[in-house]
Design a protein around this ligand. Structure first.
Ligand SMILES: Cc1ncc(C[n+]2csc(CCOP(=O)(O)OP(=O)(O)O)c2C)c(N)n1
Ligand SMILES: [Mg+2]
Length: 348
């Protein structure tokens, strides 16, 4: 694979912003691993370490009104979409201050205001959701784009093919972003797919699709801007296959017996953060104190978020059934906000 584009970065501030975004995701997740090991966070935890350039690059191409759908490896997507690190960590703690009031946890981060529609634990489960969101926008005449992130493991699911077909047939405003990190849990792509060129599969549905170096945030951003512009201007669905790699295990319960350590270290040489950092340094655009300031800011953000989560309140057991179903209409015919929990709040 090629090295990160050895070009002079024209917009230094923007490159620094991209670097910061990737470092924010990296540091948040390193902290998650620490908190998980300390049993502060329970349940499943899937980190995105190594793949940060994908979310960081794609998010740059979006407008606030656009929608984002992601998988269970979505902490970084939520953060870069504007969900605060505090609300994310509190969610993982199961605290009421979390972005889903502590009901979703790591795999189900959600924020309607940010138009961040999960956090989906079911492989390929986000694809039909994204198609539905895009269909709704089209029917309402809104010029919005829905971006759907999913792993390459999703291509083995029927939902992937149904979603490609309908999106293309109805020319929906959706951008599919396949995060191809080569493994679906312990299964290498070539062990489960006869055709491993994923962009080609999408092209088979008459969708414009191409592969991108997912370790190069500048390349990702450029491709995403091109694709999002085309979708927004009525060009129908587009598809990016972002070639990337996860540096850590699939989840916290994975002994990683299916890949060689040398393969992991080879990919780590193309760490998206050090690639951009190195390019900027070589161009004289990242003085030592700028880098030190950036990491200090990010560390302060993450430690404030940990404090926020630590000081939160466990989601009350008395509210366990709240929001499971919508509330029945009251005698006057109007829905009762909050249902059994009373009238203090509407379903979030
Ligand atoms: C429908 C379904 N089948 C199986 C699983 C179990 N499972 C969880 S993650 C995963 C692998 C998915 O790999 P991929 O889509 O490549 O995403 P990655 O974890 O690599 O980001 C599987 C099989 C699931 N969550 N949903
Ligand atoms: Mg994968």
């Amino acid at each position: 694979m090629s090295t990160v584009r050895n070009q002079v970065i024209r917009d230094q501030d923007h490159a620094l912003h991209l670097l910061r975004q990737m470092v924010r995701v990296r540091r948040l997740e390193e902290k998650c691993i620490e908190l998980y090991s300390a049993a502060k966070i329970r349940g499943f935890l899937h980190v995105y370490i190594g793949e940060e350039a994908v979310a960081a690059g794609v998010m740059e191409a979006l407008e606030p009104d656009d929608a984002v759908v992601a998988t269970y490896r979505e902490h970084g997507h939520a953060l870069l979409r504007g969900v605060s690190a505090g609300a994310i960590l509190a969610e993982m703690y199961g605290h009421a201050e979390g972005c889903c009031r502590g009901r979703g946890g790591s795999m189900h981060l959600f924020d309607a205001d940010a138009r961040f529609y999960g956090g989906n634990a079911i492989v390929a489960g986000g694809l039909p959701l994204a198609v539905g969101l895009a269909l709704a926008d089209r029917m309402a005449g809104r010029r919005r784009v829905t971006v759907c992130f999913f792993g390459e493991g999703a291509v083995a699911e029927g939902e992937f093919h149904e979603s490609m077909n309908l999106a293309a047939l109805w020319q929906l405003p959706v951008l599919f972003c396949c995060e191809n990190n080569l493994y679906a849990m312990g299964t290498a792509l070539g062990r489960s797919e006869s055709q491993t060129d994923i962009a080609l599969k999408a092209a088979g549905y008459e969708i414009s699709a191409w592969a991108v170096d997912g370790m190069d945030v500048l390349a990702v951003e450029e491709a995403a801007r091109r694709a999002v512009d085309a979708v927004r201007s009525g060009g129908g669905p587009h598809f990016l296959e972002l070639r990337t790699y996860r540096f850590r295990a699939h989840s916290m319960f994975d002994p990683e017996l299916y890949r060689e350590k040398t393969e992991v270290t080879r990919w780590m040489e193309r760490d998206p953060i050090t690639l951009l950092q190195g390019t900027m340094q070589a161009a004289g655009q990242l003085p030592e104190d700028t880098w030190a300031g950036l990491t200090a800011d990010v560390d302060a953000e993450i430690s404030a978020a940990v404090g926020f989560a630590e000081n939160g309140t466990p989601a009350p057991v008395s509210e366990l059934l709240r929001f499971v179903y919508s509330d029945p209409p009251d005698a006057g015919g109007a829905a009762t906000p909050g249902g059994s929990a009373g009238k203090e709040g509407a379903a979030g």
